[in-house]
Design a protein around this ligand. Structure first.
Ligand code: ZN
Length: 157
């Protein structure tokens, strides 16, 4: 299940981005830009499946990794493609029962700190990373506030 999901999204992103990938590469770089973009998509999707609760801003992180392989003129388009697919992947993942994705490593724990500065040990609610006592810390995951992102990638005026 996890592999089908990962491969599907890796290919979906790569297919849209492939025609835009630059062919010039540093002479020190042994592999093609295409391969680096593909690997970047693959590892982002892998992490999304296995470790999404600890993967902050996945769309941004993938974009930052692969953006050097695209022209300045393609940056916004590349970002939008990445963001669209990552959001779709996250939406689908959220609807899949966790068991279907296989073991995700450590058991889930609330992400908050206690007043003594220790990590909270309580299990988080299924819908986010915080236990019932720490729900007030939940961030707005509509996150990618457009303006902030556009500033981040240097496209804001
Ligand atoms: Zn807690």
């Amino acid at each position: 299940m996890a592999d089908i999901f990962k491969n599907h999204f890796t290919r979906a992103i790569y297919r849209e981005l492939a025609p835009l990938i630059l062919n010039v590469r540093p002479s020190t770089q042994a592999v093609s830009n295409q391969l680096l973009v593909l690997r970047g998509c693959e590892s982002a999707m892998d992490r999304l499946v296995r470790d999404r609760r600890y993967f902050a801003r996945p769309a941004r992180s993938l974009f930052d990794e692969i953006r050097i392989h695209f022209s300045i003129a393609s940056q916004l388009h590349v970002y939008m493609v990445v963001k669209r697919h990552v959001e779709l992947a996250l939406a689908l993942l959220a609807r899949l029962p966790e068991e279907e994705l296989g073991p995700t490593g450590a058991p889930r724990q609330c992400q908050a700190m206690t007043r003594k500065g220790q990590p909270c040990q309580r299990p988080p609610l299924p819908r986010n990373d915080y236990c019932p006592s720490h729900q007030h810390l939940v961030e707005n995951f509509d996150e990618l506030d457009a303006l902030e992102d556009f500033e981040g990638i240097g496209l804001a005026a």
